[in-house]
Design a protein around this ligand. Structure first.
Ligand SMILES: [Fe+2]
Length: 341
């Protein structure tokens, strides 16, 4: 007997037969060879367990330093044009053994550079994306016909399926952080990608107050007026969303958090994966025993179910961090579990 499975391009293929089912089965080795021949496995005799007591630690706590990345990205700027590269971005690969792409299980983060005078052509794809602008003025992103300015501290959304391009009409380089749910799309397989037929989508609206943007000054004002964070995972936090109760993107929640000077935050543990991007200040995040110090522009990766807290050593300077998490995915599926200690 052979098991037939259907491949995306090659049609039906047949699983290889690795043993023989002929003859009597008289011992366990023979039984397991017979399972192999069927392309099956006994639930009590797995190569690796299918169930385990709590989330496995497949991804590692990690940090990327903006001050180390920036000169490398600028070198890429001299060698690689945006005409050659679809996007001039440097993705953050989690240091887990064997990993070659995701930053965490469902999320990928990247630094991106668009030099003065450059453009990045329009395309659209299944994955949802957002950007946090780090440096430079004069760049714009055009999302589904709305041209939106990109200014330091702004957070800009590119929902899945939306056409998007970038242009830097300013005098200096523009650098930002990208966050996408590409690894989740890889897991679930619904990837579609399409370049714009005209290369650049015409912008019909200049939308300084676009619902696709969260302006730094608006976020700062909301933070200043926010009540203390009852969870103590920050001093105060606001969710970036234009529709209360609905995350910024279907798969990604955004929380801007203010961390108080000299304060250690509560230990937080969640089945959600979190990336922290530093807008201002400096400190250390302890992630399951790893001490990761950070400053403006750095990114910290906290894998699911790893306990972590932030520690601000300086008593004269608060910090502002953007938490990017896959909480909406876990919540929608009934898988979200959290602890605060
Ligand atoms: Fe894109």
């Amino acid at each position: 007997m052979s098991a037939a499975i259907t491949g995306p391009t090659t049609g039906p293929i047949t699983a290889p037969v690795t043993g023989s089912t002929t003859g009597p089965i008289t011992d366990l080795d023979g039984l397991y060879r017979a399972f192999d021949a069927l392309g099956m496995e006994g639930g009590w005799h797995r190569r690796r367990p299918a169930l385990w007591a709590e989330p496995a630690q497949n991804f590692m706590p990690a940090r990327w330093r903006y001050r180390e990345v920036k000169p490398i990205l600028e070198a890429a700027g001299a060698l690689v044009s945006t005409e050659f590269a679809e996007r001039r971005n440097l993705t953050m690969t989690n240091p887990a053994p064997g990993n070659i792409y995701p930053t965490l299980r469902t999320l990928v983060a990247a630094y991106q550079l668009v030099k003065a005078g450059e453009t990045a052509r329009s395309h659209r794809h299944t994955p949802n994306a957002l950007r946090l602008i780090l440096d430079g003025t004069g760049a714009t992103t055009t999302v589904d016909g709305q041209r939106v300015p990109m200014r330091p501290g702004d957070v800009l959304l590119t929902p899945g399926g939306a056409w998007h391009s970038h242009a830097n009409e300013g005098a200096g380089d523009c650098l930002w952080l990208d966050f996408l749910d590409v690894p989740l799309v890889h897991l679930l397989e619904p990837m579609f990608f399409e370049p714009h037929p005209e290369k650049f989508e015409p912008a019909s609206i200049d939308a300084a107050d676009s619902p696709l943007a969260f302006r730094r000054e608006d976020t700062e004002a909301r933070l200043a007026a926010a009540a203390p964070d009852a969870t103590r995972m920050s001093e105060r936090q606001v969710e970036l969303t234009h529709v209360p109760g609905t995350p910024a993107l279907r798969t990604i929640a955004l929380h801007m958090q203010r961390l108080a000077p000299g304060v250690r935050t509560a230990t937080h543990r969640s089945t959600a994966n979190s990336l922290f991007a530093v807008l201002s200040g400096s400190g250390t995040t302890m992630v399951d025993g790893s001490a990761l110090d950070w400053q403006r522009g750095d990114v910290i990766a906290v894998p699911a179910w790893r306990p972590y807290h932030h520690d601000l050593h300086r008593i004269d300077e608060p910090a502002t961090v953007l938490r990017v998490s896959d909480e909406p995915v876990l919540r929608a599926l009934g898988f979200l579990r959290e602890r605060f200690e």
